[in-house]
Design a protein around this ligand. Sequence first.
Ligand SMILES: *[C@@H]1O[C@H](CO)[C@@H](O)[C@H](O)[C@H]1NC(C)=O
Ligand SMILES: *[C@@H]1O[C@H](CO)[C@@H](O)[C@H](O)[C@H]1NC(C)=O
Ligand SMILES: *[C@@H]1O[C@H](CO)[C@@H](O)[C@H](O)[C@H]1NC(C)=O
Ligand SMILES: *[C@@H]1O[C@H](CO)[C@@H](O)[C@H](O)[C@H]1NC(C)=O
Ligand SMILES: *[C@@H]1O[C@H](CO)[C@@H](O)[C@H](O)[C@H]1NC(C)=O
Ligand SMILES: *[C@@H]1O[C@H](CO)[C@@H](O)[C@H](O)[C@H]1NC(C)=O
Ligand SMILES: *[C@@H]1O[C@H](CO)[C@@H](O)[C@H](O)[C@H]1NC(C)=O
Length: 607
Amino acid sequence: MLLSCRRLHLPSLIVIWLVCSGVAGGSNPLCPASCTCKPTDRGKKRISCLAGGLADPIPTGQMDPRIEILEISAPEDKKNWLSVTSIFQHFKQLEELHISNSNINQIAMHAFWGLPTLKILDLSLNNISSVFDHNFRGLVNLLELNLDDNRLTALQSGVFKHLTELRILSLQRNKLRVLVPRTFLKLVKLHVLRINGNKFEELDPEAFKEVTELRTLECRYCGLERINTQIYHLLPYLTHLDLGYNALQYLYYDEFQDLHRLHTLKLDGNLFPVILENTFVNQQQLRYLCLARNRIAKIPDTALKNLTNLVELDLGYNKLYKVESVAFTHVANSLQKLIISGNNFKLNVIKTIIETVLNVWDLSVANMKLETIPRNFFPDNIKSLNLSWNNLTDISQEMFPRQLEILDLNNNKLKGLNDSAVLYLETLKTVNIENNPWTCELCHITDMFFRVNKSTLFKNATCAFPSVLNAKKLLKLSLDEIPPCGDQEFTEEDFEATSKRGLFIGLICIVTFGLSSIVFVVISCVKRHNDNAAQRAKRTAESLQENSLENSVTVFSKSQISFQFPLDLMERKLSVSTIDEIKRDERPEIKRDESQGMSNGSVVTGL
Ligand SMILES: *[C@@H]1O[C@H](CO)[C@@H](O)[C@H](O)[C@H]1NC(C)=O
Ligand SMILES: *[C@@H]1O[C@H](CO)[C@@H](O)[C@H](O)[C@H]1NC(C)=O
Ligand SMILES: *[C@@H]1O[C@H](CO)[C@@H](O)[C@H](O)[C@H]1NC(C)=O
Ligand SMILES: *[C@@H]1O[C@H](CO)[C@@H](O)[C@H](O)[C@H]1NC(C)=O
Ligand SMILES: *[C@@H]1O[C@H](CO)[C@@H](O)[C@H](O)[C@H]1NC(C)=O
Ligand SMILES: *[C@@H]1O[C@H](CO)[C@@H](O)[C@H](O)[C@H]1NC(C)=O
Ligand SMILES: *[C@@H]1O[C@H](CO)[C@@H](O)[C@H](O)[C@H]1NC(C)=O
């Protein structure tokens, strides 16, 4: 075969090679036809069957018995129809089993018996309505169980009692209404419990008696109307508590007195009207606090007292209009990121706040109806500034802090930017400037127009005015299409304002008089004026090219955010917890989080 191949042309060779390898692949006894069998980056033996349309039985007989990871899933429109029975026993090294989007209805008795090596079992996105303790028998080393997005309606006491090594249990978006006492019996090593998106009204403390090692409890969108604080008493090691988007109405001043180790507390999307004094005095470890989207109208002096390690505070979209600036002094030294967007603060209140929290370098003041920003308003050490959803009509470099790198100006009222504004924005690392009412007339957008092919800034910009050019992309405009600064500039609002002052009519009289005498001159000038505008525009274009914009363009293409918050990392860690991480993590998480936080802190200051 090889000999004869030599005499063939290269294309024919390729065809033969393709055919040969195709046949070989198809007949590979260790890799079923609809699956791919490629090791992971870490060299684990993995089989992935992701094409969809599979029906029972899962072809485990055709799979290499030495596999370590088996993943079966399907596209949304081509789901599998599978059931889970005891067909995995011969995989003596199986560590991870993922079967999702496969319409699994139930798990057979002892389905995973004989799989002591299994560490991760993921049966999310199926149609499982009940599970029993015998389903999980034999999974003596299981670390993570994921039953998200099924139809579980109830869990019996002790249902997970065979999973004595379990660290992560995820039951999100099922149809649970209660957690009965001892639901988590024997899960003494559980660190992470995610029950988001079920419809509990209340959580029974009796259910939490056994999981005293819990570090993370997430119950977002759980319909909770109140919390029995006895739960906190049972969970003294909690570092991450997320109760966002429930219907909680009050926080008692001693609500969190038992949670001394909290790092992250999310209470957004609830109904709190106020934060009481001294609510967080026992949370000296807290690094991230989110109180966004409540109804908070007041932050008393001592509300943030003792939060001496707080790094991120989100107070966005509440009903705040004033603030005791003393309140922020408690977090002034540690705070790095502050969100006060969507409140009713006037500029002077914002100024008072940002002058108190002088270490903040990431500030969000979006959605506050700001129309203009005075020079030197923001402290120079701010690196990231969110001014989106305001009413800014004009910008200039002097409005922004000297060390700015990231700027969000989406959804403002900008009609155009002049040369110096464009040049300034191009020095920043990341700029969002979508959804502004760009007015495509020479006086507003000439400078932007000549930059449109060179920078990513205006790639998506479309004209809002004049009406003939509405929705036209700046990128697609040609110079002759752009009208000069015409009457359009004189908007109806301006018109009204002027006439209100009672001067307009008087002006018209004078102008009409003058006009009749100089009308001849004007007619002869108009044409020249237009030609001049176009010529000026062209000249600008040429001079811009000479300026060698390539530099600033490259700055842009590199625009990547090189710093991150400790909390981002922390959350990512929790969500991608892998076996190895857990293995390393026999000691409490607190330590590791702290070291991460610190290494990040140094990145931040190194900027
Ligand atoms: C899911 O299971 C229920 C019964 O538990 C059944 O009525 C329903 O049709 C199933 N859904 C799908 C998509 O198979
Ligand atoms: C604030 O923290 C300190 C320790 O740093 C602690 O001694 C004090 O009791 C706390 N304040 C309150 C009111 O609990
Ligand atoms: C800026 O704030 C707006 C409104 O709160 C938000 O939607 C947007 O994601 C923020 N931008 C960035 C870059 O975070
Ligand atoms: C700011 O813009 C919003 C949205 O267009 C508008 O409803 C509001 O009246 C404006 N506010 C001020 C003070 O101009
Ligand atoms: C650009 O516009 C800003 C704000 O209106 C103004 O302060 C600045 O002088 C203008 N620069 C140029 C070069 O026209
Ligand atoms: C931008 O590029 C398009 C197509 O490549 C071209 O038609 C247009 O004239 C260019 N615009 C400018 C201002 O150079
Ligand atoms: C421009 O729009 C496209 C499609 O709407 C989007 O994918 C892209 O992210 C946008 N680019 C910028 C720079 O916002």
